[in-house]
Design a protein around this ligand. Sequence first.
Ligand code: C2E
Ligand code: MG
Ligand code: MG
Ligand code: MG
Length: 277
Amino acid sequence: QSDGYMDSMQPGAPLINGALLQRRMDIELYLRHAIMKKEFNLVYQPVVDISTNCVVGLECLLRWDNDNVGYVPPSEFIAIAEESGLIHEIGEWVLREACRQNRKWQLAGLPPMFVAVNLSRKQFNDCRLSGTIAAILEETGLEPKYLELEITESLSVEARLAADTLGKLKELGLRIAMDDFGTGYSSLGYLRDLPMDKIKIDQSFIKGLQHGQVNAIIVSTMLTMAKQLNLAVVAEGVETEEELQVLREYGCCFVQGYYYSKPVEVRHIEEMLYQLA
Ligand code: C2E
Ligand code: MG
Ligand code: MG
Ligand code: MG
């Protein structure tokens, strides 16, 4: 009954609704063949240690370009992939590709970095996940400590089940980060109940960060809490020198955002690594 896509439509606009519905069906149709047709691409955004300017890791972000529907952002197609069940195949492709690419960089002599992969809710709830990841690590030869999984707070599973799944994943030796931290309705509950290694402060708290603001109080409190809980912290969406400066004063060590680099194609990564160094 409650189709998220339908819910977002405005009542009394049947033509627009029809167009939206058609687009959703087109996206699902073309998404179905996107892997086979090699239409997906991963771009990578550096996570930077602000005390050294070194890149410690790269988050991979999925891009999809199709001849019929054009470029579709992940914010649009991931939800459709979830609803249609295609996310399992797509998510596995992303995991394999990211691990393979990271191993390749290591073999090419780049300093070892972690690669961070976003997991969607359905992937996380799939009991085969840890087996799939173990197989991918084995197959690509990537050491588990160089893989990080990003999950969001909207897991909508029982805390105990989520803790079991995370336990199994962590047994493999990889790390777990909570993405978009602070935006979910039970951020602190998740932190209390689940074995996390890292939080990624959502970009909405970072935008325009200045001393004295509500956002600044929240961010500095998150940093203090994370330190006491022994969690690493990454601030997301850092775009300006001012934001970086405030974060530095609050003792934040790692940032990600346009200030350092947008997500970039594989062929630009090496260039970018030299530029930052
Ligand atoms: P996310 O994981 O929170 O990724 C961060 C998003 O913020 C990315 O958008 C990135 O391009 C953008 N971003 C990074 N730095 C800045 C900045 O300084 N300013 C601004 N305004 N934006 C910045 P993107 O690539 O469009 O991805 C959106 C979301 O789609 C991601 O949010 C993630 O939740 C999801 N996503 C992307 N790739 C995948 C994937 O392979 N699998 C799954 N399940 N979800 C994915
Ligand atoms: Mg992420
Ligand atoms: Mg995020
Ligand atoms: Mg997000």
